[in-house]
Ligand binder design. Sequence first.
Ligand SMILES: *Cc1c(COP(=O)(O)O)cnc(C)c1O
Length: 234
Amino acid sequence: MDVEDILKQNLAEVERRIAEACRRAGRAREEATLVAVTKYVNAATARRLVELGVANLGESRPQELWRKATAVPEARWHLVGHLQRNKIEKTLPLVRMIHSVDSVRLLEALEAEAVRQNRTAEVLLELNLSQEASKHGFTEANASSIPGALAKLGRVRAVGLMTMAALGANAEESRPAFAALRKWRDRLKAEFPAEYGFHHLSMGMTNDFEIAIEEGATLVRIGSALFRGLEAAS
Ligand SMILES: *Cc1c(COP(=O)(O)O)cnc(C)c1O
């Protein structure tokens, strides 16, 4: 099989599993958006996904996002990994959404740069709900600083939350963290009723996206499952 056929087949399988999880959860298919994380493949392969109908692509490293977003400008790009403040300026014009805002300091720096560039930016706040999963993210102990920080934003729109499940956890072990993220979303939404909505839950990757959808994910970030078998392709 060539690259095109493998991608088609993997995408069809991921789509089928997303649709099934939505059905199980009593949710409409449109309530969960696939963000294809392209960090394992080159820009040409990323472009093929867009041609197959995947509108949203993600990268975890800013420099890699710059490269691929410039090569594939027809996609909506999502930064899903850590953003250093010195990379904000180049990243902002290229992304639809930043999933991984992990401190008030970064939020403030994004606001300042968005003002400077005269653009708006949609972001998610990353919550670290499974301690060892990630070095980044607001912890439950400092999540109370979020509403105050959101109140100062003008150009930056915080539209929801993101989390990473613990590394190596099996799918069911991720469920409590996903349920906790949803509770935080509901709490923050009540405390800070933004006119643009505080609606999104970015959670679930290859190993646990079905559980995440059952727990309310609106954005699932999937890489490996889409690119399985490509190494062997001619
Ligand atoms: C790599 C990555 C993903 C996709 O992971 P897979 O397990 O390959 O589906 C999702 N989110 C982030 C932040 C990532 O770095």
